[in-house]
Design a protein around this ligand. Structure first.
Ligand code: XMP
Length: 326
């Protein structure tokens, strides 16, 4: 019978056996899987583990702080943050095609991660303590998905944090390989991780970059981050987190419409709300949010986020829509 304490004990023993006295690294995305995987490995081998967190500037409000402060305080994990916000803005300047954005973000991410890896490897070698292992937060459904024959066309080029190069020089440590998401959350709670991390809804690797329809600029990212934070706050305050699989908030940066504010005309951008209910993200239905919650969100965004004068609701199921707009 399943019990998170037993799983933790078993995994800690297995991880210790696999890693021995070597060093190990892990990429943290801010998501629940990598956070729980790293916490388990840390419990097993302590400071033999170093984590890498890439701030590419496409993160949600408060995400970096949650990892750097809350997560590190609770786990005691050694963390290296790589700040490449400028590099990503430059690489993405003027790009509005979704697949091109995804490719650039994926490429820059891997480059950044590998450079951070090389730096840590050099440091560890100098200490005579080579890094031999890499932690991945692979779950059981990921194992099944990549093993099963795929009849589905590649609709979007998914990119996952820590995406693996072909010439991997590390042995993988995958302590969540036998687990489902709800089990991973239970383990995270048992390990004392904060609700903001353990209860987190899915968020795509390319982050806010694929939630701006149009090209990506600093101003647009800041605007979207504000709107997204309002939506998340209000959905949580209304107790709706468990009903919603995720709720992308999308900025239509290439669209403007006329509005009125006080005595003046405005000419601003729409924000799209995309709340969906789903079991596995393969199919989804739009969530029937209560009107008063929608009204509150709409009022707050149009009042508090400069440049936005309209909030619209996406009422498309998947298929034919995808969950993300890009
Ligand atoms: P779509 O838009 O294809 O999204 O219906 C299905 C699920 O996948 C997430 N998603 C991604 N996750 N890297 C990720 O790690 C990606 O590039 C990516 N693109 C979409 C999306 O948020 C939804 O949960």
């Amino acid at each position: 019978d399943w019990n998170s304490e037993n799983v933790i004990e078993t995994q800690v023993a297995l991880i210790r056996k696999q890693i021995g006295t070597s060093r190990v690294i892990c990429g943290l995305s801010g998501g629940v899987d990598s956070a729980v995987a790293a916490a388990l490995v840390h419990k097993a081998v302590g400071d033999q583990l170093v984590c890498i967190f890439v701030d590419h500037g496409l993160l949600r409000q408060d995400e970096r702080r949650q990892v750097e402060e809350d997560y590190v305080r609770i786990t005691g994990i050694r963390l290296v943050t790589v700040d490449v916000r400028e590099q990503f803005l430059t690489a993405l300047a003027g790009v509005s095609d979704p697949e091109t954005k995804r490719k650039i973000i994926g490429r820059e991410f891997i480059r950044t991660f590998e450079q951070a890896e090389r730096d840590l490897v050099a440091e560890a070698d100098a200490d005579g303590q080579p890094i031999k292992f890499l932690v991945q937060g692979t779950l059981y459904p990921d194992v099944v998905e990549s093993g099963g024959g795929s009849g589905t066309a590649n609709i979007k080029s998914h990119h996952n944090v820590g995406g693996l190069p072909d010439d991997l020089q590390f042995e993988l440590v995958e302590p969540l390989r036998a687990l489902f998401k709800d089990e991973v959350r239970a383990i995270g709670r048992e390990l004392g991780l904060p609700h903001e991390i353990v209860g987190r809804q899915p968020f795509p690797g390319p982050g806010l970059g694929i939630r701006i329809v149009g090209d990506i600029t600093q101003e647009r990212l800041d605007l979207l981050r504000k709107a997204d934070a309002i939506v998340r706050f209000e959905l949580t305050a209304a107790g709706l987190d468990d009903e919603i699989w995720q709720c992308p908030v999308v900025l239509l940066a290439d669209v403007r419409s006329v509005g009125v504010m006080g005595d003046g005309r405005t000419y601003g951008h729409p924000i799209v709300l995309r709340p969906v209910s789903s079991e596995d993200a393969m199919t989804a239905d739009w969530t029937r949010l209560p009107y008063d919650v929608l009204a509150k969100i709409s009022n707050r965004i149009t009042n508090e986020v400069a440049g936005v004068n309209r909030v619209v609701l996406d009422v498309t199921s998947k298929p034919p829509g995808t969950i993300e707009w890009e």
